[in-house]
Structures are given as C-alpha cells and as structure tokens.
Design a protein around this ligand. Structure first.
Ligand code: LLP
Length: 419
C-alpha cells in the first residue's frame, strides 16, 4: 500500500498534486511520501513488538537526511556501509548506539571514525578486518563491540547481482572461519563478539531462504553455546521485497511468524535491516516528455530523466511501472528512453502505455529505494531535486543540482589554464 493515487484524474502524493510540484520545482524530481514510510515502519514495529529487537533502516536504499530523520524520530537505528553513511546518520540525529556497520572493505579511517562515534556493532567480514579493529581498539584503549557476518550459503532466488548470501560471493565469513575466530577470541583483547550477522540478498519474495538461513544460524549458535561462547544478538539483515509489477512479497508479520519461533530458542535479541520495504514504494520519479518520435516503426518517448537519475533498469533490467500524471484514454506500445548517450538508457521497452504526448508528465513508480541513492552525474547531467510530502506539506529536501555543483572540487593545473 502507498499514498500515490489518482484524484479527479490527476496523480497525487497524499493530498498534493504531482503536477503542481512538477510545475513549481521542475523535472526530473523525486517525490517521497512520509505517510507511506511511516506506514511501512509501523508494519515492522507491530510484527515484532513482542520480541526484543533493534530495527536498523538500511540507508543505502535512500540516504537523504530527511528520510533518515523519519527513522530517527521513530526510534529506528541505521545500517551503514561507509564513513560517508556514518556522517549522514549522525547528522540526521541517529543515536550512535543504534548504528550497525557492514561492508567488506572498511578502511582504517572509517573504522576509527565508527569507533570514535561509539556505534553499536561493527559487522566484521574477514579476520584481517578483525585484526585491524583490535589494533585500533588497543590504540584507543576501547573494547569494540562487533558481530561476525556469516555467509550462510543460501540462494535467495533474486537477481544474481543482489544475491549476497550465496557461496562464492565476497560477503562475510563461512561458519568454519567464524568458529575459528571464536576459538582465537582470547587473542583479540580489544574486541567483544556480541552477535552474528547475515544478509542473504535483496528483493526477496519468498520466506523459504530466510527460514533456511536462520535455521543454519540458529544451529551455529547452538554449536557455539556448547563450546561456551555466548551470543546476544542475531542480525538477519534486510532483503524483504516489494511489488514492482506482480510480485507478492512476504509481510513483516509473515516474516516474524516464520523466524521468531526459530530464534526464540537461542535467547538472542534480533536485529533487522530492512531498506527497500520501508522506502521502495514510498517514492516516485516525475519526468517530462521532451519529444516523441517514430524510428523504424517503433515509438519512442524521450523523457528528461536518464539512467543517471535512475540506473536500476539499465543495471539489473528492473521493472518499474510507468503512469501518466493525468489519466488518459487509449494505449500505444513504446520505448521510454532518456537523454544519455547509451543504448541502456531506457525505462521501458515495447511497453503498452498511455498515449504520452510532448510536454506530458510521465511518472516512474516505486523509485524510493536504490534510485536517487544510485544516481550519478554521467553525461554531466545534474541530479534531480527531491521532495518530501510530510503531514500534508511539501518540503524540498534536496535542491536540484546546478552546473556549478558539477565542477565543485575540480581544478585545472596552472600550466593548462587558458584564461
Ligand atoms: N543490510 C545489508 C548488509 C545490505 O547489504 C543491504 C542491501 C540491506 C541490509 C538492505 O536490503 P533491502 O532490505 O533494501 O533489500 N541496488 C540493488 C540492491 C542492492 C542491495 C544491497 N544491500 C537494487 O537496486 O536492487
């Protein structure tokens, strides 16, 4: 469920007309609904309310400060993967004790920043990373709380680019490697292993892989207990999918019913890092039709957003529903393409669509997750503005970039300066 509906033939976000925003702010523009985000957060809150837990919104999905502030206001923590994400999380007011930090390639500087900020858990993905953290802990005379990220070897049956808990991927440690680290724990005097972490993939639409992976983790926790190691936290990562076309993903409630009976026996508290489920359907990308043309009997609708604004279609062949801002009669079959100089710069191919005309607004749905956060300045296009509808008010939460933004930070060696 989301808060994008047609009223009097025009698309609205909550009570606000998408056309009005597009006319005032220009296009392309991302529009997010805070009511949808809050609704999604509540579904998780409700489903897990009887079990000790910490929710950490995965900010790689959408890291705008206002989006993060919504999470902080709800008491949610944040899952980060870089020093930049830590900076954003803290700037948005996240309690450091609710921040967890994953990623296979954390630099010494990033680890130091996380330790200085006093974050809750670093999810360690290799023994060398553990050694690096232990060294920093020693220098700073701090005991650093960590979790070991396990790669449980599960196929989540999602796009291969985003299946992270499968054997042969770069993520995490095997059970055997993790066991070895537990045995060597006395060598790491500045580290406290508080938990285990996994993240098996993204846009997962079946509970089976979660069940399988959690079973494996629970068995491992039993094995560790028998060897007198105690684990306080089990972090099952994110990954719950959303409906882009006709997928029927599990609800947080169904997830809770599947995994809690398994986890309960361990006595571990639970961490979950959802991202897409929270923001995916809470955002749209509004573009304008610049031109239409027919080439070799094919209809092309050329819009002012390109793969620099939304790369998921080019990168994964993802499907995003396309709607007109104003409901229209009839259909055409067309490709929707952007202005970028690449063949992969398209949002739909041979799709049955309303008969879009020059100057119409065309809306790309379900673009709250991995959309702005993966945008770039390719072809020196400025990135879109971002709008948040909150409590019936419209806020510009990121202004459109300017040409000056494009060259900020660049300089020309004196020998090459012509002016
Ligand atoms: N936790 C960790 C450690 C992750 O790596 C991820 C996503 C999440 C949580 C959140 O997963 P979610 O609940 O959002 O599925 N760019 C791709 C998806 C990449 C996912 C990366 N990791 C896409 O556009 O589909």
């Amino acid at each position: 469920m989301n808060h994008f509906d047609f009223k009097n033939g025009h698309l609205h976000c909550e009570d606000i007309s998408v056309k009005e925003i597009a006319e005032k702010i220009g296009t392309p523009v991302y529009i997010y609904s805070s009511a949808t985000i809050n609704n999604n957060l509540e579904l998780f809150n409700e489903a897990f309310k009887d079990y000790p837990h910490l929710f950490c919104y995965s900010m790689k999905d959408n890291s705008n400060l206002s989006i993060l502030a919504i999470m902080a206001k709800k008491g949610w923590g944040i899952d980060i993967v870089s020093g930049g994400e830590l900076f954003r999380a803290l700037k948005a007011g996240t309690d450091p004790q609710k921040i967890v930090y994953a990623g296979v390639g954390k630099t010494t500087k990033e680890l130091e920043e996380a330790i200085d900020a006093g974050i809750f858990l670093i999810n360690v993905e290799s023994e060398q990373e553990l050694e690096a953290i232990d060294k920093i802990g020693k220098q700073k005379k701090k005991e650093v709380s960590i979790a070991l990220r396990i790669n449980p070897g599960i196929d989540p049956h999602t796009h291969s680019h985003i299946a992270t808990g499968k054997k042969g991927t770069k993520f995490g440690l095997s059970f055997a490697q993790a066991k070895e680290i537990f045995l060597k724990q006395p060598n790491y005097k500045n580290i406290k292993i508080e938990g285990l972490h996994m993240h098996i993939g993204s846009q997962i639409i079946s509970l089976k892989p979660y069940e399988e992976a959690v079973r494996k983790m629970v068995d491992f926790i039993d094995e560790l207990k028998k060897a007198n190691f105690s684990i306080q936290w089990l972090n099952i990562g994110g990954g719950i999918g959303i409906t882009y076309k006709d997928e029927i993903p599990p609800t947080p409630n169904q997830l809770a019913k599947t995994i809690l009976p398994l986890i309960e026996k361990t006595g571990c508290k639970l961490i979950i890092e959802p991202g897409r489920f929270i923001v995916g359907n809470a955002g749209i990308l509004v573009t304008k039709v610049l031109y239409t043309k027919i080439s070799e009997d094919k209809n092309f609708i050329i819009v002012d957003a390109g793969m620099n604004s939304l790369v998921r279609v080019a990168l994964y062949g993802s499907y995003h529903e396309i709607l007109p801002e104003e409901q229209k009669e009839g259909t055409i079959v067309a490709d929707v393409v952007g202005p970028i100089c690449e063949n992969t710069d398209f949002f739909a191919k041979s799709r049955e669509l309303p008969p879009f005309k020059q100057g119409d607004y065309l809306v790309i749905m379900s673009t709250g997750a991995f959309s702005f956060s993966m945008s770039s300045n390719y072809n020196s296009h400025t990135r879109p503005a971002e709008i948040l509808i909150d409590n019936s008010k419209c806020y510009l939460i990121r202004r459109r970039e300017s040409y000056l933004d494009l060259v900020q930070g660049e300089s020309i060696p004196p020998r090459l300066v012509l002016l």
